[in-house]
Design a protein around this ligand. Structure first.
Ligand code: PXG
Length: 439
């Protein structure tokens, strides 16, 4: 179906994380989405190899989710959650508690992954303060980590270009990242080498003293920095060290939550339980923006018990628990469960792995990484023009009807969990052709 699409001007919109000048000189637009596909204004289908941006786990515009949002909008468009309730927020929190790792059953709502990261960090600080340990204020992130763009998440984040906004939050330090192409190139699933990188936390404890450290925040699988899979045993070791030193462990599961690894959460997949867990994106299949933070019950109880004011935690957002988002979230959980999508991701993951690794001998490919329905293909940067090669492959794939995501010289893939084998083949074949086109 050809749509009458006439953008009047591209000037006013300051686009996020986009080369604005280059994009506006040569825009790529989509106007509709359904299932595994986006559609351009001319009606050309684009196979979505990214689930939006790690977002639409059940695929696009799923009728059940669409109808739930429509119904909610007509019924209760908005209600504040400040000292007032509406049933869907409580229902959604309860439903989430049933899917989350056991014990992580006190859930706050936000509107994004960035807000979830900052909320989680503040929860950690509030918890220690409530225990009479206000001296535990340091926050530990990791090199190449991504926890959104608010000041807390930016501070614990470890992507250099995202951090160039001055001194940021004080008292932050970072663990080393775990990408080790020299030892682990072309690993299938979890890389074998690097568990000892978790011991860097011991050094930070020696440097700062455990009595000053509140929390460690990591993505179980790092996404935005280019798909970094944790070495075997690494997350477990980090958990042990956090427990030993009375440091809270926060898993940022904004991309790994809701089946991406073939288990409900990465915490299940790795059998490692954090104290606090952040979510967004597939929380609502991204149909309405929403984030959430789950805390161990003891954290909630401690903060509440220690409070000497009626409000126990001075934090929250105007749209926390927004009725439309809760409706989308409940319908998403129903869809995930009824279609068995987390199990489906686990079943198709070996096929995904084989298909991705068939690109090993492709031009410029220096590493391929995968876990669950995540894939990363790292290219040798073109001398003098880093990122150019990957962007050209991105363009070639889009022109051939496949959407991929690139970050630096890394192609990052995260298709909807409803993907079929033939569609996996199509994505891989299109990337293969794209790689051959670029110099
Ligand atoms: N934490 C993680 C782990 C994320 O991946 C956020 C927090 C922030 O979420 P919001 O909703 O505030 O954007 C994210 C976001 C990429 C890419 O290229 C991924 C994200 C953002 C930008 C680019 O993979 N994820």
């Amino acid at each position: 179906m050809v749509q009458d699409f006439r953008p009047n001007s591209l000037d006013a919109y300051w686009m996020p994380f986009t080369p604005n000048r280059a994009f506006k000189a040569d825009p790529r637009m989509v106007v509709r989405a359904e299932g595994m596909h986006y559609f351009t204004p001319e009606g050309r289908p684009i196979l979505d190899g990214t689930a939006g941006l790690w977002c639409c786990a059940a695929g696009h515009a799923r009728p059940r989710i669409v109808m739930a949002i429509q119904k909610a909008a007509a019924e209760l468009d908005y209600a504040t959650s400040f000292n007032l309730g509406h049933p869907a927020a409580f229902e959604f929190a309860n439903r989430l508690a049933g899917v989350l790792p056991e014990g992580l059953d006190r859930i706050a709502f936000t509107n994004s992954g960035s807000e979830s990261a900052d909320t989680a960090l503040k929860m950690a600080l509030a918890y220690h303060r409530a225990r009479g340990k206000a001296g535990k204020f340091r926050l530990i992130g990791r090199e190449r980590g991504y926890h959104g763009v608010n000041f807390g998440g930016t501070s614990v984040g470890g992507i250099t270009k995202n951090r160039v906004f001055g001194p940021l939050v004080a008292g932050v330090d970072h663990l080393p990242h775990t990408l080790d192409i020299a030892r682990n190139a072309f690993s299938r699933g979890e890389p074998l080498h690097g568990v000892e990188l978790a011991d860097a936390l011991e050094r930070l404890v020696q440097l700062h003293d455990a009595s000053t450290i509140a929390a460690v925040i990591v993505e179980p699988v790092a996404g935005a920095a280019g798909v970094i899979i944790p070495p075997k045993g690494y997350l477990r070791r980090l958990r042990e060290l956090c427990t030993k030193h009375d440091i809270l462990l926060i898993f940022d599961e904004v991309i790994t939550g809701f089946g991406r690894l073939g288990a409900p959460f990465a915490s299940h997949f790795f059998d490692v339980k954090p104290d606090i867990l952040t979510m967004a994106k597939a929380l609502t299949n991204a149909a309405v923006p929403m984030g959430a933070v789950a805390a161990r019950r003891e954290i909630y109880d401690t903060v509440l018990a220690a409070s000497d004011t009626p409000i126990e935690f001075f934090h929250g957002y105007t749209s926390s628990g927004h009725p439309l988002a809760c409706a989308a979230g409940i319908a998403s959980l129903d869809t995930y469960r009824e279609e068995g999508l987390f199990e489906r991701a686990a079943e198709i993951a070996p096929y995904w792995e084989d298909a991705l690794h068939s690109l090993r001998s492709g031009p410029h490919v220096i590493d391929i990484r995968n876990l669950g329905l995540i894939g990363g293909i790292e290219l040798e940067p073109r001398p003098g023009a880093p990122t150019a090669r990957a962007l050209e492959v991105h363009r070639a794939c889009f022109d051939a009807g496949v959407l991929i995501r690139t970050t630096g010289d890394i192609i990052a893939l995260s298709p909807p969990l409803i993907i079929e084998k033939t569609q996996i083949d199509r994505i891989v074949d299109t990337i293969c052709s794209g790689l051959k086109l670029v110099s």
